[in-house]
Design a protein around this ligand. Structure first.
Ligand SMILES: [Zn+2]
Length: 292
């Protein structure tokens, strides 16, 4: 089998995801059934680059043939999907939650991290949220999330964090308690949703009359589009770890009944489209409401 759902599942968790060219066919397709996941850290240098670290995963090392792991988690908190089939990130475990299992049954995640380096909140929370999403989709229990050091004690010491706490943090996310999704972040996402709803409502119908263009926030007027993208980019920068595309995907998910606020924003956009307000004024007004 192949884990072709990896990108969509991670994106649905609000994470930034990059697909490494060729990932869909990388690793033997005899992988599975999957029983669990092993957490690793790359133990590269503190100044390592994503490109350099991913190169190792693709080319293998002196101790492991390629591909080394299905997933790579950058210091930035972004995920990179490297392979969908069997990888070579651990041996058959002699201890821990997945004792007796090896590469045929365990998903591997390699986080960009040097020995002894402090974990940033951004990367650690992304690790928790990503593994939580994978656990849920793959259908194994959080107790099947192991650290490499638990799987091969005496031989391995990565990753350098407390696995019991890591599993508790995953369980909290699975139970709907995600610290990352603070009230402020949620408010900003709701605001963005309101804006996009407004844009969609203000857009011309498609020729078949069924509704707005499928890419809801595509705006006919290029000047407006540029301004709104700039605005969204600015806002998404305030929402740590999420990029504009992720925020928009999230907004689409959150599509809900129009609130009075939506109606106000829609009216604003319509006034802009009719020429009553300049594009500048509309964007200013939108920004003002967001800052309020
Ligand atoms: Zn490892």
């Amino acid at each position: 089998m192949r884990l072709l759902w990896l990108p969509e599942v991670l994106r649905a968790a609000g994470l930034t995801v990059h697909e490494v060219s060729g990932w869909r066919t990388r690793g033997k397709d005899t992988f599975g059934p999957v029983v669990g996941l092993t957490c690793h850290e790359t133990r590269g240098s503190r100044t390592s680059t994503d490109a350099g670290e991913i190169r190792v995963l693709l080319n293998g090392s002196t101790s492991a043939p390629p591909p080394i792991a299905q997933l790579y988690l950058s210091r930035s908190g972004a995920w990179h999907v490297v392979a969908s089939g069997t990888c070579y990130h651990n041996l058959v475990g002699w201890a821990g939650p997945n004792v007796g299992y090896g590469n045929d049954a365990l998903i591997g995640v390699e986080a960009q991290h040097a020995a002894g380096e402090p974990w940033t909140d951004t990367q650690y929370r992304s690790y928790v949220r990503g593994v939580a999403a994978i656990t849920r989709r793959a259908g194994f229990s959080v107790s099947r999330v192991a650290g490499h050091f638990e799987h091969q004690p005496g031989a391995k010491t990565d990753p350098g964090f407390d696995m019991a706490k890591f599993r508790r943090d995953i369980a909290a996310v699975l139970a709907g308690k995600d610290d990352d999704m603070s009230e402020k972040t949620q408010t900003q996402i709701n605001e963005l949703h309101a804006i996009v709803t407004a844009w969609r409502s203000g857009m011309p119908k498609t020729p078949d009359g069924r509704g707005v263009e499928p890419v809801g926030w595509r705006i006919r007027d290029e000047q407006w589009q540029a301004k709104v993208v700039a605005l969204l980019t600015m806002l998404s920068g305030q929402i740590g770890g999420l990029d504009t595309a992720q925020v928009l995907a999230r907004i689409e998910e959150l599509a809900a009944a129009e609130s009075a606020r939506d109606a106000e924003l829609i009216d604003l956009v319509r006034r802009g489209q009719s020429g009553e307000l300049a594009a500048e004024q509309v964007v200013d007004e939108l920004a003002k409401r967001l800052a309020a």
